[in-house]
Design a protein around this ligand. Structure first.
Ligand SMILES: NC(=O)c1ccc[n+]([C@@H]2O[C@H](COP(=O)([O-])OP(=O)(O)OC[C@H]3O[C@@H](n4cnc5c(N)ncnc54)[C@H](O)[C@@H]3O)[C@@H](O)[C@H]2O)c1
Length: 390
């Protein structure tokens, strides 16, 4: 499909010029956040991690990791830090089900028993789940202690670590309990991405596709070129791709770092995506669920006359052809169940579920500066039935 015809409504981001500070082994990015913190990005930079941590005063470093990460890095980074500092590795079960108050309670209590004080530093070492949970825990322990964010998945390095948004899920849906809490710094070593499972990497790339769809159609060309030969990327490719995706998100965050106004467009595909992820009980990865949410939002936008048929088809081309996701939902989802969960979505007002919708590829629909479009339950139900084939 020829998508070069789609317009690029924004000036191409040129974050390289203004925000990258070159260090010897890593670069430092400016995240534009309200509570700014350095973002260090490099390949094979574990050794410098200890140098930077050593600049802070603390009694203990508490690493929070999941079992997969502990196994993958037991003989590398964890070995080095244990030699250098008083530190302890706290292991929690992998997966979305760990993003809960139950985990906050268990992990927090265990850390306190092990001697955590106000002068300790937490290190979130893992994917978006570990980073969201640990960030939330750090924000709550003694009304806020310091933490360092070490994202190890593509989603973590390019998306979840760029917002300071920490959250766990409620019994009704995703990210209902949360707070903003900034890390001391973010440390992203793209070497870590080599052990990330392919399905998880693919899930991270969905957010990159989303960034292109909502703000920069030309970024979709870049992604297609990088991913055209499949998802098996060299170390250098992974590093370059990570930097490009980070820049695509920073470009959006530049005007609204706390994602309350223009930054809300980053929620594209997330209303249904979160409902699917939540109801799958860990069966669908975040990006996989959001990929269905993106197709769903494109279908709604087409139904209400915002997107043409070709623009809707272009969404399917990206999700199915470039990312290799299926168009059919796995069994077990009904429109009634998804509707009920969407009605608990954090963007909902009154009885209206509100969506980020596109008016063309690369530009979101807005009315008087408001990017959230209320969609009637009739339209929602029809679009849900298209998806669930009921
Ligand atoms: N706060 C935000 O702004 C924001 C943005 C996007 C996503 N999120 C959240 O992030 C979560 C998804 O994050 P995710 O996609 O990283 O999933 P995840 O944290 O569940 O990690 C995916 C899987 O990959 C494994 N893994 C991660 N890095 C690895 C590595 N280097 N080597 C080996 N295994 C590795 C993990 O153990 C896990 O099994 C969701 O809960 C989502 O809501 C938050």
């Amino acid at each position: 499909m020829n998508y070069s015809v789609f317009p690029t409504p924004f000036e191409k981001p040129n974050i390289m010029k203004t925000t990258i500070i070159e260090k010897e082994k890593y670069i430092e990015l400016n995240t534009h956040l309200e509570s700014p913190c350095p973002y260090h990005l490099g390949a094979d930079i574990s050794a410098s991690f200890c140098d930077i941590v050593g600049r802070y005063e603390f009694d203990y470093l508490f690493f929070v990791v999941d079992a997969n990460l502990e196994a993958a890095f037991r003989n590398s980074i964890f070995k080095y830090v244990k030699r250098e500092f008083h530190c302890c590795i706290q292991i929690i079960p992998p997966g979305e089900m760990s993003k809960s108050f139950d985990s906050i309670m268990k992990t927090g209590s265990s850390l306190l028993q092990k001697g955590l004080s106000k002068n300790s530093i937490l290190v979130s070492f893992g994917g978006g789940v570990i980073c969201n949970l640990t960030g939330m825990l750090a924000g709550m322990l003694f009304r806020g202690i310091r933490f360092i964010e070490v994202p190890t998945s593509l989603m973590g390095q390019t998306d979840s670590s760029l917002s300071n948004k920490q959250a766990v899920n409620s019994s009704l849906g995703k990210n209902h309990f949360g707070l903003y809490h900034a890390p001391l710094f973010i440390w992203s070593d793209t070497l870590y991405l080599k052990t990330e499972p392919l399905e998880s990497r693919k899930s991270g790339i969905v957010e990159a596709v989303k960034n292109g769809l909502i703000s920069d159609a030309s970024f979709l060309n870049v992604l297609e070129q990088k991913l055209g030969s499949g998802h098996h990327l060299s170390g250098q490719d992974l590093h370059d791709l990570t930097l490009q995706i980070i820049q695509s998100k920073l470009f959006i965050l530049k005007t609204d770092p706390s994602e309350k106004k223009e930054g809300l467009i980053l929620e594209y595909g997330h209303t249904l995506g979160h409902a699917l992820e939540w109801n799958s009980h860990g069966g669908l990865l975040h990006g996989e669920a959001v990929s269905f949410g993106i197709l769903f939002a494109a279908n709604i936008a087409h139904k209400i006359g915002l997107l043409t048929r070709e623009e809707k088809q272009y969404h399917s081309y990206l999700i199915q052809y470039i990312l290799g996701y299926k168009s059919e939902l796995p069994n077990g989802f009904s429109s009634a169940m998804l509707m009920q969960t969407m009605l608990a979505d954090n963007k909902k007002t009154d009885d209206k579920v509100r969506f980020i919708l596109l008016e063309t590829i690369g530009r979101c629909h807005q009315r008087e500066g408001n990017y959230l479009t209320p969609v009637s339950q009739d339209i929602l139900l029809t679009a849900l039935k298209d998806l669930t084939k009921e």
